[in-house]
Design a protein around this ligand. Structure first.
Ligand code: XIL
Length: 297
């Protein structure tokens, strides 16, 4: 195969990218998007601040634009993200307690219902675990509504869109470390108690290397009976091409690793300004990292 999406599809996997609605009138961008990728994540347009800017008033214009462009060109869509402590609208940042919990669950239900039947997998909860050695939850207004907020969100998402796979998504989870182990323990507990969870997303914002235990870490989650997906891949640094190859091979070695998403198309589209962490140059040329990925798929 000669494109990322077609190469991934040979083993039943997908190859995706984050898309920004504001770039969909850029011809170079759209040409690469339509040629290379068969999965799309809205970079910002399905987040809480975008979809519910005022309490109870929903705006799906950007998200729908991305979804319609994707579906119209034969691609599937990962939903990102129903609940996250960042990019909360101001009104939600000012809520707490049972009022916030009600608003959170209504948000999950409303957005998942709007997109019902159209989303391959939802990042139901994003970045809920703390960095560092504790392995526990991150403090946030969401967490302060009660430790059961994550499972409540997964149950609400399942009820609203039974066809979507439901994922927990986070960063700094690319090796076996206290944070990833905290998430591992949560997923194991959810599976044991029947909380609906289908997948774990590993953002994989990396520099130079994939950790040596990257594959082993994915494998231990897969062994819990969930899919694993690489959801926001970008890699800075001079060893970029080798590292992209290593990440790709790790996913390919695990049956339950169902796909990889890069967090943008060209270096100039990246949120990591100046780090050039993506597969295409600013002018849309394929980089060595692109060839390393294609070779490994
Ligand atoms: C980033 C976007 O790329 C930026 O455009 C935005 O300003 C901030 O969010 N983890 C996530 C993504 O889950 O949603 C973030 O995306 C990057 C880190």
């Amino acid at each position: 195969a000669t494109t990322l999406g077609a190469a991934a599809a040979q083993s039943g996997r997908y190859y995706g990218t984050a898309v920004a609605a504001g770039r969909l009138n850029d011809q170079t961008y759209v040409n690469i998007l339509n040629t290379e990728f068969n999965m799309v994540t809205a970079e910002n347009e399905m987040k809480w601040d975008a979809t519910e800017p005022n309490r109870g008033q929903f705006n799906y214009s950007g998200g729908d634009r991305i979804l319609n462009q994707a579906v119209g060109n034969g691609k599937r869509v990962r939903g990102h993200a129903l609940l996250w402590h960042q990019q909360e609208p101001g009104w939600a940042q000012r809520l707490e307690g049972s009022d916030l919990r009600r608003a959170m669950m209504n948000h999950v239900t409303q957005v998942a219902t709007h997109y019902k039947g159209k989303i391959y997998a939802w990042d139901v909860v994003n970045e809920a675990f703390a960095d560092g050695g504790g392995g526990g939850r991150r403090d946030s207004n969401l967490q302060r509504t009660g430790n059961d907020w994550i499972e409540a969100a997964f149950r609400a998402a399942r009820a609203a869109d039974p066809a979507a796979k439901l994922c927990y998504n986070d960063y700094n989870t690319d090796s076996i470390n206290p944070k990833s182990t905290g998430i591992y323990n949560m997923v194991r507990d959810f599976k044991a108690r029947g909380v609906p969870i289908d997948c774990v997303g590993f953002q994989s914002h990396l520099t130079n290397n994939a950790p040596p235990d990257y594959q082993a870490n994915l494998q231990r989650f897969a062994d819990l009976g969930v899919e694993v997906q690489i959801t926001e891949l970008d890699i800075a640094g001079s060893n970029q091409a080798n590292a992209y190859g290593a990440v790709t091979r790790a996913c390919m070695a695990i049956r339950a690793c169902t796909g990889i998403t890069v967090w943008g198309i060209r270096d100039t589209d990246s949120w990591r300004g100046g780090e050039n962490p993506l597969l295409f140059t600013g002018s849309g040329a394929k980089k060595p990292a692109y060839n390393a990925v294609l070779d490994a798929l």
